[in-house]
Design a protein around this ligand. Structure first.
Ligand code: GLY
Length: 571
C-alpha cells in the first residue's frame, strides 16, 4: 500500500512531464592542503542563556570535559530557561567522543505512562481536546532529562555528577534575574499557571509575574537537583521525588505510577549519518524525525547543482525536498521500539533519486498531489546548545518541555515543571498537533512509547571544518538545521550560520513560511509565479553553533542574533 503510494508519487512526476535533465551532480569539495588539527586546545559553548554558557565553562575549569559541561549547561537551562526545557522534560544528544573517534546518540526523550488513554485527549463530542493535550498533568510524558544527565555524567564525563550539577543548584537556590523571554512567557501563560497552586507559587510570587530586574529563586528545584546529584537516578525516579511527582500528578487528574518512573530508561541509539558534498552529517535517528528528514532532503539535493542556480530556483528545490521529506515524516515515523519503519528506503539514495524526478524545474508541486492531508502553522519552543572542548569532544543537545512552559503544571513540592510532550504523539489521527504536524498510527500513543520529535542535534564534519549545530522551533527545527548545514557548507562562520534568514515548508499547510528579508523581491516574485504561497512570519528559532576550523585550529561560537539572551563564547 505504502509502496504503491510512492509509485503513485513517481507517476505524478512523469505525468507532469518532469525529466531528469535538470539534475547534475556536483563534485565533492576539495580537501585542504593545510595540516588539520587533532584537538582545538580551547573550548567553545553556545547556548540560549549566558548563565548556562558560563556554567559550562565553570565545569570545564574544574577539569571537566564537554560531557560534564553539557550536564552543567542543560541543568542550568532547566533553572534559567524553564519555558523551553528542564528536568521535567527530555532531550536528545548527538555526541562525538574524540578519544575513540566515535559518535553516539542519547535518547532521553519522554515516554507515555502505562495508563495512557487516547480518550483523555478527546472531548465528549469526539473532537480533539487541545487542553488535555497541552496543559496539566495528562499532557506530560515521563521525564527523561534527569536520567539523561546521570547517564552522560556516568558514561562520558570526568567529574562527579554533583560537581556538574552544582552551578544549577546554586542558581536555583540563590536566584537570578529572569531574562525578557522568561518574563514574557510567564506573562503569556499567567492564566494557565494560576490553575495549579504549585505553579503559581513558583512563577507568580505574590500572585503576579516577577518584575524585570527582580531576583527570582526556585528552592524546590534546587532541592530536587541536589537529590539527583546525591543519589543519581534514584534521586528522581524512586524515593521522595518520585512519590511527590506521582501524588501531584494523580491529585490533579493525571495517570502516572511509581512504576512508570522506576522503569524509565535512557536509550543509546545509532545516529543517522549522511554524506553530502564531501561533508558527513551525524544527526538524530527516530524517535526524532529530524535526522531522517534532513538526510532525505540532502539526498534529494545532492543531485542538483545548487551553486549554479539563481536564488529562486535554489529555494524552489529546497522547498520541494522539504515537502517530500515532511510527507514521509507524517506517514512513517515513530518510536523505533514500537514501529517498524522503512528507514532503509527513506535513507536510500535511490529513493531520493525517485523523489527528485518528481520535482518540476519551474513549478511548485501542490502537496495535495502527493497525498491528502491538513495542518496549521508551526510554533517554536525548546532549546539547543553546542559544545566543543579542548580535546575535540563534541556535544549537540536539543532539550525540551515542548510548548511554552510545558504543561504549566509544577508537581507540588518538587519544583519540577512537567512537559506537555504528549501532544507530540498523533493523539487524534490526522488532526494536527500544536506544530501543525500530522501523524499516523506509527506515532499513536501507547504505554511506554516515546513520542516523535523534530529535535535534530547535529554534528557536521567537513574536509577542514566541523560544526556542532541545532535549534529549537518545533517542526521548524528540521528546516532550520538543514539551512544551517547548507550555510556552513557554503563557508559561513558561526555567526553567519546562526543569522542566516530562514524559510520553512512542512508539506501541510502548503505554504512557505518566510522570515522577513529571506528573499529579495525578485526571488519572491519568481517563487510566486512558480505557484508558491509565501507567508511572512516573525523571525523564528534560537540556533546555537560552535565551529572548529581545523586548518587554523580556531573555534568560533555564536548564539542566534534574533534573541538577546544567548551566549556563544570561546575560551
Ligand atoms: N517538542 C518538540 C519536539 O520534540 O519536536
Amino acid at each position: 500500500m505504502k509502496l504503491a503510494l510512492r509509485w503513485h508519487v513517481l507517476l505524478i512526476g512523469f505525468v507532469l512531464g518532469t525529466s531528469g535533465a535538470f539534475a547534475a551532480v556536483r563534485p565533492a569539495s576539495s580537501t585542504s592542503a593545510a595540516p588539520l588539527a587533532q584537538r582545538p586546545g580551547h573550548a567553545g559553548i553556545a547556548s540560549a542563556n549566558a548563565l548556562a554558557t558560563e556554567a559550562g565553562f565553570e565545569v570545564l575549569a574544574k577539569g571537566g570535559n564537554a560531557f560534564d559541561a553539557a550536564v552543567a549547561v542543560a541543568s542550568t537551562l532547566s533553572v534559567v530557561e524553564p519555558e523551553s526545557s528542564g528536568i521535567g522534560g527530555g532531550f536528545m544528544a548527538t555526541m562525538h567522543l574524540a578519544a575513540d573517534n566515535r559518535n553516539v546518540f542519547i535518547d532521553a526523550r519522554e515516554a507515555a505512562p502505562a495508563a495512557v488513554n487516547p480518550k483523555d485527549y478527546l472531548n465528549p463530542d469526539g473532537t480533539p481536546n487541545r487542553d488535555t493535550a497541552l496543559k496539566g498533568p495528562l499532557s506530560a510524558g515521563i521525564p527523561g532529562e534527569p536520567a539523561g544527565l546521570v547517564w552522560i555524567a556516568r558514561h562520558y564525563g570526568k567529574l562527579p555528577l554533583a560537581v556538574s550539577l552544582a552551578p544549577a543548584i546554586r542558581t536555583a537556590r540563590d536566584g537570578f534575574k529572569p531574562d525578557v523571554r522568561l518574563l514574557g512567557a510567564i506573562q503569556d501563560e499567567q492564566k494557565n499557571l494560576e490553575r495549579w497552586p504549585a505553579s503559581a507559587a513558583i512563577f507568580l510570587p505574590g500572585g503576579k509575574p516577577p518584575a524585570a530586574g527582580e531576583l527570582w529563586r526556585d528552592p524546590e528545584q534546587a532541592r530536587t537537583l541536589a537529590l539527583l546529584a546525591q543519589y543519581g537516578d534514584s534521586g528522581f525516579y524512586s524515593g521522595e521525588t518520585a512519590q511527590k511527582l506521582v501524588d501531584a500528578v494523580r491529585a490533579a487528574g493525571g495517570n502516572w505510577s511509581l512504576q512508570d518512573l522506576a522503569s524509565y530508561r535512557v536509550k543509546e541509539r545509532l545516529p543517522i549519518t549522511v554524506d553530502y558534498r564531501g561533508y558527513k552529517i551525524i544527526t538524530a535517528p527516530p524517535p526524532s524525525s529530524g535526522g531522517v528528514a534532513i538526510a532525505e532532503i540532502l539526498n534529494i539535493l545532492s543531485g542538483f547543482d545548487l551553486d549554479h542556480l539563481d536564488q529562486a530556483h535554489r529555494v524552489h528545490l529546497v522547498i520541494e525536498a522539504m515537502r517530500r521529506a515532511f510527507r514521509d515524516h507524517n506517514d512513517y515515523l515513530g518510536d523505533p521500539d514500537f514501529v517498524k519503519m522503512p528507514l532503509d528506503m527513506l535513507l536510500s539514495p535511490y529513493y531520493a533519486d525517485g523523489l527528485r524526478q518528481t520535482i518540476l524545474p519551474d513549478k511548485a508541486t501542490p502537496s495535495s498531489m502527493l497525498a491528502p492531508s491538513n495542518g496549521q502553522d508551526p510554533g517554536m519552543h525548546t532549546t539547543h546548545f553546542s559544545i566543543i572542548d579542548a580535546d575535540g569532544n563534541m556535544v549537540a543537545i536539543t532539550s525540551t518541555v515542548n510548548y511554552i512552559l510545558g504543561s504549566t503544571f509544577v508537581a507540588q513540592g518538587t519544583g519540577v515543571l512537567l512537559n506537555d510532550e504528549m501532544d507530540d504523539f498523533a493523539l487524534v489521527p490526522n488532526k494536527p498537533n500544536v506544530y501543525g504536524l500530522l501523524g499516523s498510527k506509527a506515532n499513536a500513543p501507547e504505554p511506554g512509547k516515546r513520542m516523535l520529535s523534530s529535535m535534530s542535534p547535529s554534528i557536521v564534519i567537513g574536509p577542514d571544518r566541523t560544526a556542532v549545530i541545532g535549534s529549537p522551533g518545533g517542526s521548524t527545527i528540521i528546516t532550520q538545521v538543514l539551512e544551517g548545514i547548507l550555510a556552513f557548507i557554503d563557508g559561513g562562520d558561526a555567526h553567519q550560520v546562526a543569522a542566516k534568514k530562514r524559510f520553512h515548508h512542512q508539506y501541510q499547510p502548503d505554504v512557505v513560511s518566510v522570515e522577513p528579508g529571506a528573499f529579495d523581491p525578485k526571488t519572491s516574485q519568481a517563487l510566486t509565479r512558480m505557484g508558491y504561497t509565501l507567508k511572512e512570519r516573525e523571525p523564528w528559532g534560537f540556533m546555537n553553533v560552535v565551529i572548529w576550523d581545523r586548518r587554523s585550529n580556531k573555534l568560533d561560537a555564536a548564539s542566534d542574533p534574533r534573541r538577546p539572551d544567548g551566549l556563544g563564547k570561546v575560551q
